[in-house]
Design a protein around this ligand. Structure first.
Ligand code: F6R
Length: 608
């Protein structure tokens, strides 16, 4: 949601800012703008809709000369996605331009106050108060004006500021919204995430909440909220620009599906040493684990679905009560969470507003918190007591694929690790599970190779207006993700149903030709699932089954079959989701959808 970039150096800023915004497109946006400072003047250009409109309007940035500027892609919250509401917002005297990601919660009262002082508002945005506050407090000392402005703001904000009186200087401010600084040679950058930086530098500084920075081409100075200069570590981003490009694939989503074997390898391999599981720096002793009465897994969207899979695996292996709950519910529920609760927070981006809030709530109640996160240095990673990174590499497509499977893989590792420490599983079962987890990269590749006919099935079924995914136990947990994947990129209504629940009402919707996707890889309940298949077929449904490779019985039951390679029963969701990710992808493609950037969605949901 909303992307911010800033550049100061000796190259033309306009084209660089547009290129940075292009790399942030995946976050979701509906308008864009840039502002470039030169010769004591700030020039800005904004356009609604696709970024290409802004590129055309500015001749790829050439119309805005200058070597220092800021840019923004806006995902509308306060006010429609119009040019007026697009960022940057400029002060009336043209001295300041501001871009913002987040929400200024007290904007209404600030707006009223500023209007009382004679400031005229042009947009409906919350952001505009920031530029007027800067204008109001600026008496020649930029740092002082920034500090005074920030002290008036409540809410979440990453801000980028240029001031016409300070040539070549950018200001970056971070509070509860992501902002990363890029350290180049004779040039400096900021951006909402590293994908916009890695083409120029892999040396980055992660700002903490409450910090702000002054960037010039040769120097980055970071201050705490009291204005004291602080020393920051420069971190090196481990992946390069190719990881954030399509690499010959038509869509990022397809590339990321295909990358899953590699991503799983990166998540798993370094954590298995001489047949033991080593969880980075996370120390969970047998005694600490014995004191845990309950595990609560919390997250949003697909990350929550990974948590639902984790719940089945962890409870089965550890024999501790495990719950999974969406973060937006948990945070407002006065939950029974205390020192005897282990809270596992899952997030690909590490910046999801509800997940962060739930994590803070659980910490405040004394729980030990462990985060499973992909983005290094993200807010969730910083807030949690312990972090297990998924090492999936950059995920650009809005619909997560490798993010999800690596989350489930890390949850599986954690569950097996805990179960062995608690002595709930013996050496033999431990060995089997470790072997199963280690085989996931190769099994995932097999899942891709086995389903070359998935595009053909998508052609057959893409016209369905509404469909059901059914399964039991871990198959059901996988249904949740399969259904979301399909609906979010193809806009086809679908529901995930525990197969045994169907006849308690929903079976009324099964009629002639309705597609039911039946996940039957959890073999212990295969016969039960077959009964459910028979029930829906008897009412005219078409059944597309997902079954384990080698299961011959399924041909007698289903109209069509996708295959997942055989694996330990507890790991089936990771292999069976792969053909269903592909199915969702090809159905969306058949329907001509914007696969990498589905309508109304943002990659990183930084507002609640
Ligand atoms: C769906 C999807 C979303 C995210 C959710 C949480 O494909 O990607 O449902 O899973 O918005 O995002 P993170 O994992 O970044 O917290």
């Amino acid at each position: 949601m909303c992307g911010i970039v800033g550049f100061t150096g000796s190259q033309d800023a306009g084209p660089l800012l547009l290129e940075g915004l292009k790399r942030l497109e995946y976050r979701g946006y509906d308008s864009a703008g840039i502002a470039v400072q030169s010769g004591g003047v700030i020039r800005a250009a904004k356009a609604s809709g696709h970024l290409r409109n802004l590129c055309e309007q500015t001749h790829d940035g050439a119309d805005l000369p200058g070597v220092c500027g800021i840019g923004h892609t806006r995902w509308a919250t306060h006010g429609a996605p119009t040019v007026t509401n697009a960022h940057p917002h400029l002060s009336d005297d043209g001295v300041f331009a501001v871009v913002h990601n987040g929400i200024i919660e007290n904007y209404a009262e600030l707006r009223e106050e500023l209007q009382g002082r004679g400031f005229v508002f042009h947009s409906e945005t919350d952001t505009e108060v920031v530029v007027h506050l800067l204008d109001c407090y600026y008496k020649g000392d930029l740092k002082a004006a920034v500090m005074k402005t920030v002290s008036r703001l409540n809410g979440s904000y990453a801000l980028g500021v240029v001031c016409a009186d300070h040539p070549g200087e950018l200001i970056a401010v971070k509070s509860a919204s992501p902002l990363i600084l890029g350290v180049g040679v004779g040039e400096s950058f900021f951006a909402s995430d590293v994908t916009a930086l890695v083409g120029h530098t892999r040396n980055v500084i992660y700002l903490e909440d409450g910090e702000f920075a002054s960037l010039t081409p040769d120097r980055i100075t970071v201050f705490d909220c009291a204005g004291r200069e602080i020393n920051k570590t420069i971190s090196r981003v481990v992946w390069d620009v190719e990881a954030a490009e399509k690499g010959g694939y038509e869509h990022f989503m397809l590339k990321e599906i295909m990358e899953q074997p590699r991503a799983l390898k990166a998540a798993i391999e370094p954590r298995i040493k001489d047949g033991r599981i080593v969880l980075d720096g996370v120390e969970l002793t047998a005694e600490q684990l014995r004191n845990i009465r309950r595990v609560v897994i919390t997250a949003c969207g697909s990350a929550y679905h990974a948590g639902c899979v984790g719940r089945y695996i962890m409870e089965e292996l550890c024999r501790i009560p495990v719950e999974a709950e969406v973060a937006s519910e948990l945070r407002y529920r006065n939950p029974l969470i205390g020192q005897d609760t282990l809270v596992i927070v899952i997030s690909q981006s590490g910046e999801t507003a509800d997940t962060i809030a739930a994590l803070k709530e659980c910490k405040a109640r004394g729980a030990r918190t462990l985060a499973i996160v992909n983005v290094v240095g993200s807010t969730v990673a910083k807030l949690a007591d312990d972090v297990l990174y998924t090492w999936a590499g950059p995920e650009i497509a809005v619909a997560t694929t490798k993010g999800y499977t690596t989350q489930v893989a890390v949850l599986s590792l954690l569950s097996v690790y805990m179960a062995r420490k608690l002595e709930r599983i013996g050496e033999e079962r431990f060995g089997e599970l470790v072997k199963g987890i280690c085989s996931l990269p190769e099994r995932c590749q097999r899942a891709i190779d086995l389903n070359t006919h998935v595009g053909y099935l998508a052609k057959r079924y893409h016209n369905n207006s509404s469909l059901f995914f059914i399964g039991r136990n871990l198959d059901y947990a996988a249904c949740l993700e399969a259904s979301l994947k399909l609906k979010e990129i193809s806009y086809i209504h679908s529901e995930a149903y525990a197969a045994g629940e169907l006849k308690h009402g929903t079976i009324a919707l099964i009629d002639e030709g309705r597609l039911v996707v039946a996940l039957c890889c959890y073999e212990a309940l295969f016969d039960k699932l077959v009964s459910n298949i028979k029930e829906v077929k008897a009412r005219g449904a078409k059944v597309l089954a997902v079954a384990q490779e080698g299961n011959r019985h399924i041909f007698a039951e289903a109209d069509d079959v996708l295959f997942a390679p055989a694996i330990d029963p507890l790991l089936v969701p990771i292999t069976e989701i792969v053909p269903l990710q592909l199915f969702a992808y090809y159905v969306a493609k058949e329907n001509g959808c914007d696969i990498d950037k589905p309508k109304n969605l943002a990659k990183s949901v930084t507002v609640e």
